[in-house]
Each structure stands twice: as C-alpha cells, then as structure tokens.
Design a protein around this ligand. Structure first.
Ligand code: CTP
Ligand code: MG
Length: 230
C-alpha cells in the first residue's frame, strides 16, 4: 500500500495574506485541492493523509467533501513544523502501508510520471527524491560583495514527493523527535541517519508556491493547460 502524506499545516508567511496559501483559490479550485487531485488521479496511490492546522480542520474536511475526493483516509492536526506535521500523519497511517510519499501541499503541478518514478526507486532503494540541477551561477556574497564562486556541478534543488519505506520513515522520525532534531525534509532526515536516498529526475513545473510571484505564474500555467504538456 502506498500512502501520500500532504503536510498542509503551514502559515504561508513568505506569501503573506490572511488565508494560508494552501487554501487560496487558483482559478476556481483551491491550491490544496489541485495538489490532492494529482494524487487522486495517480493509480499508484492507495490513500492520502492530510495534516492541517487545527483552525482549518473543518474547512479542509469540507473541501474534501465538496470536491468528492475519495482517496483521503484521514485529516490530522499538524504540528508547529513541517516535520511534526508529517509525524502526526505517519503515526495514524494504516499498518499495511509499505511506502510513504511525502508531498508539499503547495506543489500542485506534480506530474504523474514523477510520482511513478519516485515510487519505483523507493521500492528498489528504500528512499527516493526528485531533484533538478541548479541553473544559475552560485556565489558566496557578503556585504554586497561576491566573495567566492561555488561550483554547481553537484548541486541540486530537492523537490517532493519524497518516497520512503514506511518502517524507515517511522524509525527515523521517532529518533529525530526523541533527540530534538529538526529537518526541513525527509531526504535530510534520512541522510543524517546514514540511509541512502536515491535521486530521480524532478520537473521544473513541480515548483513550490512560496512567494506571490509563484501564484501569478501558477495561474498563467493553468490558463495554458499545463497538465497537457506532461
Ligand atoms: N507545513 C506543515 N506544517 C508546518 C509548516 C509547514 O504542514 N508547521 C507544510 C506547508 O503547509 C507546506 C509544506 O509544509 O505544504 C512546505 O512548507 P512551506 O512552503 O515552507 O510552507 P509554509 O511553512 O506555510 O510557508 P512559510 O515558510 O512561507 O511560512
Ligand atoms: Mg515554511
């Protein structure tokens, strides 16, 4: 059984506004629902668990009902960090879960081919993440001055969904929480504990909506029917 975990309990502080970004309307469909639909449509996904802020539990439940999303197994209260939100979901996942796919609720354009690639690599290697190579020149800058160049050959932007065998994610999260360690994603968590994470090809379209500009870009991509380009 493959279970997608969508941490959706953030506040969206970098984007601003009163409503957290995952609930914003994106051309008639809330951002969170657009992301959920990608997993709802993927035949490889058996169930979905959403972690949301306690204030938005009911709102999230209503969205699931009104968009008739059938794969959502449960909505749990998230925590104060992304890691804690993921942990809440892992704790209540069905015992039959073999693989978890943790996906940021604010990456709506995840192609199905990418979901498939991550699941296959996770089954073979235990854990897998999509990544894209860094495009720009990378420099170390201090006080408005370029101090040094950082070679970018081996530098990648890490995306989600991040696939991990269920027991491995549980064990690593238990250990991190017990030791008070905090990681921004599962690849960093697993790497800290010495587990290999296999990297597969990500997608430039699978960007995380973080700033206002990303929202504008997302609307334009929906206008030009981006899903037909996958
Ligand atoms: N997230 C979560 N619980 C938290 C913090 C973040 O479930 N306590 C989720 C977000 O809802 C998002 C994903 O983790 O789906 C990636 O986080 P990010 O893009 O940083 O979202 P926010 O934390 O909401 O944004 P910001 O950092 O700008 O406040
Ligand atoms: Mg954040």
């Amino acid at each position: 059984m493959v279970v997608a975990i969508l941490p959706a309990a953030g506040k969206g502080e970098r984007l601003g506004g009163s409503l957290p970004k995952q609930f914003l309307d994106l051309k008639g469909i809330p951002l969170l629902v657009r992301t959920l639909l990608a997993f709802e449509k993927a035949p490889q996904i058996d169930g979905i668990i959403i972690a949301t802020h306690p204030l938005y539990l009911e709102h999230t439940e209503n969205l699931i009902k009104s968009f008739n999303l059938r794969k959502v197994l449960k909505i749990v209260e998230g925590g104060t960090t992304r890691q804690r939100s993921v942990y809440q979901a892992v704790k209540i996942a069905p015992l039959e879960t073999e693989v978890f796919l943790v996906h940021d609720a604010v990456r709506p354009f995840v192609p199905e081919s990418l979901i498939k690639r991550v699941i296959e690599a996770t089954r073979s290697y235990g854990a897998s993440v999509p990544a894209i190579p860094v495009r720009d020149t990378l420099n170390l800058v201090k006080d408005h001055l370029v101090k040094a160049n950082v070679p970018r050959e081996n530098l990648f932007h890490i995306q989600t969904p991040q696939g991990i065998k269920a027991n491995l994610l549980k064990t690593c999260l238990d250990e991190a929480i017990a030791r008070g360690l905090e990681f921004t994603d599962e690849s960093s968590l697993l790497t800290y504990f010495g587990h290999p994470v296999y990297v597969v090809e990500g997608s430039w379209l699978n960007f995380k909506i973080t700033f206002k500009e990303d929202l504008i870009l997302a609307e334009k991509l929906i206008d030009c029917k981006i899903e037909t380009l996958f």
